[in-house]
Design a binder for this molecule. Structure first.
Ligand code: PMT
Length: 395
């Protein structure tokens, strides 16, 4: 891979050294071009040392007297990655402006361009920015949308530049250099299930679906087709390689898993399925009459156990264990009892792990007796670790 990283002037430029290292580790050749304002945010010396290449900033290199040839840059690169891409650089790209070396290189690119925006919340929502992004998409540029989180301004919302690991996966997806799941279909369950008590109440939990959707996104990036069966969540994802099926209850989730399982190479069961459901559902809203209300609960079917007990030799089942105590023992017991190949433990005792959070901290155990502990990471990075582990396990 020959990659040009075009760095424009934003705080998120501090993440670029990590991206350069990841790209170099994956065997890529990397050259960097900085806009004049990017030098206020990142030192060209750092970028040059890590990429092991001279850094382009001006059209004219005053020290050597050489011309920085944007045409040569555009011919050399397999991909131009503009990260962080500021609102200003994006606006100029959308209009064809050409007042710096990076923009001239963009206009000279023979291959694809990936834009990774980073800016503040209100800028990210501004109609002019959205118009420019739409224009770039029409022009064939790939956009890796900003993620949600705390912004440099202290505000919270969408605008954070994606993490270097996610950018790397996107680059690999675009250049199709790492598609180990090509030809495979991955089934993923996500989110909670809601088990109705009456027309207005249910038993449920606070799973957001973030972990399951991150797994789906990563599986697609690695070349898989994905069947995502999700309980009620606010998460969204669209892709040609994705079939998304929305369900509410455990019974509905199981019915969809049964319908899809045969065609899948593996199932990753990240849904937080309610273990019990009300024995009967009241047709009308239950009135507040007595001081104590008894609701009889009956066991829900165990979805991952069904898939495990109906798997062929070439199918894998991977489950999660969400624990609050005796974490390792409980996870290993579930691995065995539910006849799974791999179990991913996340404990509510770990800060930043589990329900709703953007991050997770996992330990993976497998049926061969191996274990791996991971650091606290963004759920999108956790999803990459999980697939790396599954791919190694399957070898
Ligand atoms: O959605 P997020 O907010 O991002 O949170 C992610 C998560 C914490 C929900 C996720 O990482 C996770 O841990 N999911 C599994 C939660 C859970 O139900 O764990 P469990 O230990 O109760 O279940 C063990 C395994 O059996 C799980 O793979 C579960 O999907 C599966 N199961 C459980 C009950 C049931 N009736 N059917 C099942 O298939």
């Amino acid at each position: 891979m020959r990659i040009i990283i075009g760095i424009s002037g934003g705080i998120a430029a501090y993440k670029i050294p990590f991206l350069i290292r990841l790209l170099k580790k994956s065997g890529a050749e990397v050259k960097c071009i900085l806009t004049p304002s990017a030098v206020d945010f990142i030192s060209p010396i750092v970028v040059s040392a890590l990429s092991n290449e001279p850094v382009g900033i001006d059209f004219w290199n005053k020290e050597t007297g050489e011309w920085n040839n944007h045409v040569a840059y555009g011919e050399w690169a397999d991909l131009l990655v503009i990260a962080p891409a500021t609102a200003n650089t994006i606006a100029k790209m959308a209009t064809g402006a050409c007042d710096n070396l990076l923009l001239a290189t963009y206009l000279s690119m023979r291959n694809k361009t990936l834009v990774v925006p980073a800016m503040d919340l209100d800028m990210y929502k501004h109609p002019s920015f959205l118009r420019n992004i739409e224009q770039l998409t029409k022009d064939g540029v790939t956009i890796l949308p900003a993620s949600e989180g705390e912004l440099a301004s202290g505000l919270f919302g969408q605008g954070r530049m994606e993490e270097p690991e996610i950018i790397l996966t996107k680059i690999q997806e675009i250049l199709k250099t790492k598609t180990p799941l090509l030809g495979k279909t991955v089934l993923i369950t996500a989110g909670p299930t809601h088990e109705a008590i009456d027309p207005v109440r249910f038993i449920g939990n606070s799973s957001s679906g973030k972990m399951g959707f991150a797994l789906a996104e990563t599986a697609i990036a690695l070349g898989a087709k994905v069947v995502l069966i999700s309980g009620p969540t606010n998460c969204t994802l669209t892709h040609d390689a994705l079939e998304i099926i929305h369900v509410t209850t455990a019974d509905e989730m199981l019915a969809e898993v049964k319908a899809k399982w045969e065609a899948c190479s593996m199932g990753i069961f990240s849904a937080a399925v309610a273990d019990y459901k009300p024995a009967t559902v009241s047709d009308t809203k239950i009135k507040k009459v007595d001081d104590v209300l008894h609701i009889e609960l009956v066991k829900n079917p165990d979805i991952v156990s069904w898939a495990s007990n109906n798997k062929k030799e070439n199918q894998l089942t991977i489950g999660f264990a969400l624990e609050t105590n005796n974490e390792k023992e409980n996870a290993l017991e579930k691995l065995k009892k539910k006849n799974m190949n791999i179990i991913i433990l996340n404990s509510l005792n770990e800060k930043g792990a589990g329900f709703e959070k953007d991050t997770n901290k996992i330990t993976i155990f497998d049926s061969k007796g191996d274990t791996k502990i991971f650091d606290l990471k963004h759920k999108k990075s956790v999803a990459i670790d999980i697939f790396d582990y599954i791919i190694e396990y399957s070898k």
